[in-house]
Design a protein around this ligand. Structure first.
Ligand code: ZN
Length: 317
């Protein structure tokens, strides 16, 4: 029996990538292990009757296009995780635009459908890389789901709204942002949406936190197929230091049963289902500076709205 919540079921989003390439060395090829891990997630989603959003890395889609078709055939939303998994701050705006256009085009060629959503590698849309929204809107993305409204060393924008919002950009365009789930405690937002926290916290604790969040705001959950792979870090032939193995491998043995309990209790939905389910407020990046808080400028505007793409046109076959 699934729990009914005021803000609907959680968004289940999976960042489909290969741990060695996305975390250890961006130049490594995508391995078959990523395929096996992704198929395991697809099986669990079938068994629990949940449709999710799969943010697929372009480099993985290029090597394993049939895996992307399997996601699509199961009714999941195929969205974009960029091409090479390079953090945005390490790219120029032109390099970033080329990366997202390449990945979006690859996914659209494989699925034959428009790709609406984007998630940045390592949640790397932070205060100093908010220019990425202009590129995303120019590339034709309708929404982003990269911002974690917390203060962490590597990522996060602590004063970002915890609800989805239309972001009005300097170029006049808008893009919807669906931030990752956070929990308000002792006057601060704490990240509770992601795989790492669900690997480390006991299942009953993370479900209890999620229940509280979902009473007040939509819950955007994320994880990676490799988090279901208990033996990966022992078996891959790379010189990974023990500290990294411990940090990245902690709790993987508990992850699958915790994930299954989570979706069995709450169900799940795709990002595009959440965003089209109601109207969202608008915030204005034109009044934004690096040291000022964000302003909400209007009440409610329409939900998903397509923008014209500036990606280079695909040549006719
Ligand atoms: Zn990633």
């Amino acid at each position: 029996m699934r729990t009914t919540l005021a803000n609907g079921p959680p968004v289940i989003s999976i960042d489909v990538e290969d741990w060695p390439q996305s975390t250890w060395n961006r130049d490594l090829p995508i391995t078959d292990r990523a395929v096996d891990n992704t198929r395991r997630v697809l099986r669990l989603l079938r068994e629990t009757e949940v449709r999710a959003t799969m943010f697929v890395l372009g480099k993985l889609a290029e090597r394993f296009p049939d895996l992307v078709k399997e996601m699509q055939a199961d009714g999941h939303e195929v969205a974009c995780h960029g091409y090479g998994h390079v953090e945005i701050a390490q790219q120029s705006p032109d390099e970033f635009l080329a990366d997202i256009c390449r990945a979006k085009d690859l996914l659209e060629q494989i699925t034959g459908e428009q790709v609406k959503g984007y998630r940045a590698p390592d949640f790397s849309i932070v205060r100093k890389t908010l220019w990425a929204f202009d590129a995303l809107a120019e590339a034709g993305f309708e929404y982003d789901s990269s911002i974690v409204p917390v203060r962490l060393v590597r990522y996060g924008i602590p004063d970002w709204p915890v609800q989805p919002a239309h972001v009005r950009l300097a170029n006049g365009r808008t893009i919807l942002e669906a931030p990752l789930a956070t929990f308000r405690w002792f006057g601060k937002n704490w990240p509770v949406g992601g795989g790492g926290y669900h690997r480390l916290l006991p299942g009953c604790v993370s479900r209890s936190l999620a229940r509280k969040v979902m009473g007040a705001a939509p819950f955007v959950f994320y994880c990676h197929p490799y988090e279901f792979d208990v033996r990966e870090l022992e078996e891959i032939p790379l010189p990974i230091p023990l500290t990294v193995r411990l940090h990245q491998g902690a709790g993987r043995r508990y992850f699958e049963p915790r994930f299954v309990s989570f979706v069995r209790e709450f169900g799940g939905q795709r990002v595009q289902d959440l965003l089209s389910s109601r109207h969202w407020p608008e915030i204005d990046l034109r009044t934004f500076s690096l040291d000022s808080p964000l302003k909400q400028i209007s009440g409610i505007v329409d939900s998903l709205r397509p923008e014209e793409s500036r990606c280079p046109a695909r040549p006719e076959p």
